[in-house]
Design a protein around this ligand. Structure first.
Ligand SMILES: CC(C)(COP(=O)(O)OP(=O)(O)OC[C@H]1O[C@@H](n2cnc3c(N)ncnc32)[C@H](O)[C@@H]1OP(=O)(O)O)[C@@H](O)C(=O)NCCC(=O)NCCS
Length: 160
């Protein structure tokens, strides 16, 4: 976080998609990779709008495919910056199947996004204002996911 950049509230980004036959396996279930691509794009838009800078995905954490998604489903994907560091942000992404009068959450993940300057160097992002108890809960969860991710990345680096 940069003290010179005013802290701000993160907006929730919403994306809608239809699941087409070419998004699925021969049994009609959507490929996880296609779903992750939708989630990555939505997370990137949330991060870019929050930081006002270009971003890149550093890591995808805590992905869970809770319920299958099938051809013909309408998907609602939400993404919101829930934690910020100096140049990195954690974006919480949820995917829901639209059931008409309600939504069923089928997948969720946290995307670690890094803001870049024009030379593709990590650059500071604004602070994050947390206004609600829900914001605080999301912040703590993301902080703990990130802490484990950083530790794992360090272990991985030490081994290679
Ligand atoms: C992400 C990337 C910029 C990090 O580079 P780096 O040399 O580790 O840079 P830094 O050490 O300055 O880290 C920058 C920030 O990223 C964070 N970061 C780096 N690796 C991370 C990881 N695995 N998970 C979460 N955050 C991570 C750092 O903690 C730091 O955050 P902070 O500024 O908020 O404290 C670099 O690895 C990269 O460019 N990767 C490729 C990204 C890409 O191409 N993505 C598209 C997918 S194909």
């Amino acid at each position: 976080m940069d003290q010179n950049l005013p802290a701000r509230v993160a907006e929730e980004i919403v994306a809608w998609d239809f699941v087409f036959p070419n998004d699925a396996n021969p049994y009609g279930s959507m490929f996880g990779g296609k779903l992750l691509a939708i989630m990555d794009t939505t997370a990137a838009i949330a991060a870019i709008r929050f930081a006002g800078k270009t971003v890149s995905t550093a890591a995808v954490e805590a992905v869970e495919f809770v319920h299958p998604v099938v051809v013909g489903d309408r998907l609602k994907t939400t993404a919101k910056v829930v934690w910020v560091g100096r140049s990195s942000m954690m974006v919480r992404v949820d995917v829901y199947v639209d059931l008409g009068t309600s939504f069923k959450r089928c997948t969720h993940a946290h995307f670690a996004m890094v803001a870049f300057d024009q030379h593709r160097r990590p650059t500071p992002v604004p602070g994050l204002l947390r206004e609600t108890a829900e914001d605080e809960k999301a912040f703590k969860l993301a902080a703990s996911i990130r802490e484990q991710a950083i530790k794992r990345a360090k272990d991985e680096k030490a081994q290679s």
